[in-house]
Design a protein around this ligand. Structure first.
Ligand SMILES: C[S@@+](CC[C@H](N)C(=O)[O-])C[C@H]1O[C@@H](n2cnc3c(N)ncnc32)[C@H](O)[C@@H]1O
Length: 254
């Protein structure tokens, strides 16, 4: 091993334990973190919850602010950060994603995460604009949204053909007042949302292509094989577009 190999090895981002929910996202993030190896990044995690992404990013040396509406989630985040020894690099801010623009300094963030939030906020367009505005030029956005196609298929396979039909017909991909989500996306609609906010989408992956379809005995019995298969399918048509979630990696133009 050359000295250069050793330097590169020690500075490469080490992915935390991977699950079918996180493996593809961490693969994408790891490439960006490796690209910026040696830099301490300023990270903003909107709706970051209990810190499933924030704490590993802080453990990798980055400074992370989590904005979340839930005081309970933020309390759990604070405990988790303390237990991991990174309390000094994690800041918890209670706030509503819909009011993000008033909570975050403009153009100060290298990497913004917004996972499983755009489907529940009142209006995703101003949130997407606020994500873009928070980023420095050339900063990156990791956005995870609920996929419409998977929801249609799962409702239909469970016998709820009326709900599946409603999900297909509704412009926003929501089945109405009793739906837990306000909207769902496909690759085109999510790309259009981020593009309208001024972000350039560089990559789209499917997350949980198979995980929700398998019997628990298979998923629990072969976790490593499932993670590998999810990674193999994530960028491939038609699997990507049938995933429960779509992950978009986007960038603010330099
Ligand atoms: C499904 S969890 C996702 C947590 C984390 N992003 C992840 O992927 O593991 C959604 C999170 O968004 C937060 N949330 C929901 N609506 C929000 C809003 N309008 N503004 C800010 N946070 C919100 C919830 O409190 C919760 O912590």
């Amino acid at each position: 091993m050359t000295r250069l190999d050793r330097v590169e090895q020690t500075t490469r981002f080490t992915e935390p334990p991977l699950t079918p929910r996180t493996a593809v996202i961490w693969s994408v993030l790891a490439a960006e973190l490796d690209r910026r190896a040696g830099d301490q990044l300023t990270v903003l995690d909107v709706g970051g919850g209990t810190g499933g992404f924030a704490v590993p990013l802080a453990q990798a040396g980055h400074r992370v602010t989590v904005v979340d509406a839930s005081p309970d989630a933020l309390a759990a985040l604070t405990r988790r950060a303390a237990e991991a020894g990174v309390a000094d690099r994690v800041r918890a801010v209670q706030g509503d994603g819909d009011a993000l623009a008033g909570l975050v300094e403009p153009a100060g963030v290298d990497l913004v995460l917004c996972h499983s939030v755009l489907e529940v906020v009142d209006d995703p367009a101003p949130v997407a604009s606020a994500l873009a505005a928070a980023l420095r030029p050339a900063g990156a956005a990791s956005v995870l949204v609920a996929g419409r196609a998977a929801a249609v298929l799962s409702r239909a396979m469970n016998g709820h053909l009326d709900v599946a039909a409603a999900l297909v017909a509704a412009p926003d991909g929501s089945a109405g007042a009793r739906d837990t989500l306000r909207r769902r996306f496909d690759a085109d609609s999510a790309t259009a949302l981020l593009a309208a906010a001024g972000l350039t989408v560089e990559e789209i992956h499917g997350v949980r292509v198979l995980a929700d379809l398998l019997p628990a005995a298979v998923a629990d019995g072969q976790p490593a094989a499932l993670v590998e298969l999810e990674r193999a399918l994530a960028a491939r048509s038609p699997y990507r577009d049938l995933a429960a979630q779509l992950h978009l990696f986007a960038r603010r133009p330099a």
